[in-house]
Design a protein around this ligand. Sequence first.
Ligand code: MRU
Length: 363
Amino acid sequence: MKISDTHYRTIWPTAAGSVRVIDQSRLPFEFTTVDLETLEDAARAIRTMVVRGAPLIGAAAAYGLALAARSDASDQRLDQAARVLQATRPTAVNLAWALRRIRAALAAARPGERVEAAFLEAAAICDADVEQCRSIGVHGLEIIRALAGPAGRRLNILTHCNAGWLACVDWGTALAPIYMAHDAGIAVHVWVDETRPRNQGAALTAFELGAHGVAHTVIADNLGGHLMQRGAVDMVIVGSDRTTAAGDVCNKVGTYLKALAARDNRIPFYAALPSSSIDWSLDHGRDIPIEERSAMEVTHVTGRTAAGAIETVRVVPETSPALNLAFDVTPASLVTALITERGVCPASHAGLRSLYPDREATP
Ligand code: MRU
């Protein structure tokens, strides 16, 4: 995607041997990059959400393992590095998937070629993610086109959190069809859930859509249901951090409530995801580990003051405890369909098998 006419991915290796990422913790106020030099740098970037979003977490973990291999490519060191990376964010399954891919590439490489093999595999993961997201966009575009109809009526699409290019390597999952619809001349307007507590919608999705010229309005998380009752939402598209083999969709907390409201108002609810976000080893969403993050993300908010300083302020009484579970599960029964890189399918075992007959359950 382009920022001020320059094409960016969210992560890329530099000629100097480091891995450069866009610092999402500074957005939308500052567009800056950070260089990751070590395993610890990569783990910190994932944990503190300098990089975030399921596919990008996977890509960053892949490069993190490659950086670890550069300092010591022994199996012992790589086991330990993989454990460090795996512990950073437990819900997005892309993380474990990417680590498995790097480990397999390293196991197949000659001893002196392990580091190169790891970096090559990390780059391949990134390239594949871009292509998969582009493909999700193409399939999702057809759904939007059909909904807009021959007269091309203006569509209002609601999305939650950030499942755009910042959450991936490029394009995005939920936002890829929206970008393609906009580029194809279909009039789309996006209701952007602010997505408390970390405000990925208000900060990141709004930034992305604005940079691409897509009409959008940021709304408080709780407004979506009312807008649906008013007939102001034509469809919902969200991303996914982990989708089970039976089609349960785990995504940013609050997604489930949108799916319930969409069902009550007979509004189609789609989840867009690459196959790297599917956990073939699980059927039930209740078995997905839900990340619990610092209560401070709930008790405080960060923003820019009129004087230009970025500050964090408390919004909850000093004595009140807070709970910060970062994801929830939308049961497959509430999902109209899954949009994947291989096409659109029902959110069910049979649906996913029809697109991925080649997939075996992974441990
Ligand atoms: O906590 P985050 O910002 O990593 O959560 C991101 C989401 O929940 C996205 O919707 C999800 O990763 C899908 S991204 C294409």
